[in-house]
Design a protein around this ligand. Structure first.
Ligand code: UDP
Ligand code: MG
Length: 311
């Protein structure tokens, strides 16, 4: 059986279309289940999922008690999935469902992770593109995980899903974790389609926080930068000290008041920045150590739920 995990946040216009298109593609391939994970939507998304689940036994739903973010939704879906392979796909049909046939075939041929990579990025603003590029370059240089063109559109073998389910960490980055676990990986290319309906659920703020959290999840390079800038400043200080001493000995004692102020400012700001970065990692440790759940499922619907109710 193939399971498809579909995170959905305020996607009422897209749910029926997604269910229909995915069903049409999967039915000839094998037995399947669609797991819609409603990430605390405020619109009719959850009612729709429940309704669809009543008439179509392939459709299951999980409902979060509030918006926990896409990462939580993906991982909740992976945990709930019963399939021999599990795919993750966006609800807005920007990930062409037709590609699943190819991904499924690759899995049948022995691939354990089938990644769909973006051949083209679709319509995006120039600032957004710039940020995305910088982010991916930083990730590549610092953690050796190449995410260029990566998306959350994946198909994974049960083994991989089990490995991901065992990850104890709370602050996850699915896109990178699924390549971090290793396994035989194959890539297929796709062009990002325009959104079926509605608008993007990621505000700039949300995305920026996601980027920072992902970088700090995968690399300690920002902390190393602090150390190196410390070394740089020490060298600078030594040179300056020698110059001052020479001036002192030759009787040309500096009256450089502005130099002192400038140096104080620079060193002060570097220190603050350093402490800020350390604080970020510290707060991350704090978040992880609290051991709070990544998401809270408040309701379930569909086949499995009915099976349990009948017991
Ligand atoms: N999504 C989610 N929780 C969120 C934000 C987004 O589950 O807090 C889902 C959303 O419903 C969609 C997928 O994540 O299925 C991708 O979101 P979106 O299409 O808004 O992002 P974009 O394609 O613009 O990057
Ligand atoms: Mg989208």
């Amino acid at each position: 059986m193939i399971s498809v995990v579909i995170p959905a946040f305020n996607e009422q216009e897209n749910i029926p279309a997604a269910a229909e298109r995915l069903g049409g593609i999967l039915a000839p391939l094998s037995d399947y289940e669609l797991i819609f994970v409603d990430d605390g939507s405020k619109d009719g998304t959850w009612e729709l999922i429940k309704q669809l689940g009543e008439t179509d036994e392939h459709i299951r739903g999980l409902h979060f008690s509030r918006n926990f973010g896409k990462e939580g939704a993906v991982f909740a879906g992976l945990k709930a999935a019963d399939g021999d392979c599990v795919a993750v796909i966006d609800c807005d049909l920007q990930h062409p469902p037709e590609l699943l046939e190819k991904m499924y075939a690759a899995w049948k041929n022995g691939a354990e992770v089938v990644e769909a990579v973006k051949a083209s990025r679709g319509k995006e603003g120039i600032i957004y593109k710039l940020f995305a590029k910088t982010f991916y370059r930083m990730m590549k240089n610092s953690s050796a995980i190449d995410l260029d063109g990566a998306s959350d559109y994946k198909l994974m073998d049960r083994k991989v899903v089990n490995a991901l389910n065992e990850m104890p960490e709370r602050l996850t980055f699915f896109r990178a974790l699924s390549s971090w676990v290793g396994f035989r990986t194959e890539r297929v290319e796709f062009d990002v389609a325009p959104r079926n309906a509605g608008k993007t659920k990621w505000s700039f703020r949300k995305l920026f926080r996601y980027a920072i959290s992902s970088i700090t999840s995968f690399t300690n390079v920002p902390m190393q930068i602090i150390t190196w800038s410390g070394v740089l400043f020490f060298i600078f200080a030594v040179i300056l000290a020698i110059q001052t001493l020479v001036n002192f000995c030759t009787g040309k004692a500096a009256d450089g008041f502005s130099t002192v102020i400038l140096l104080l400012l620079i060193i002060g700001s570097i220190l603050m920045l350093g402490i800020g970065i350390m604080g970020y990692y510290l707060s991350k440790i704090y978040e992880e150590i609290k051991q709070r759940p990544r998401y809270i499922v408040s309701e379930e619907s569909g086949r499995r739920q009915r099976r349990e109710d009948n017991k």
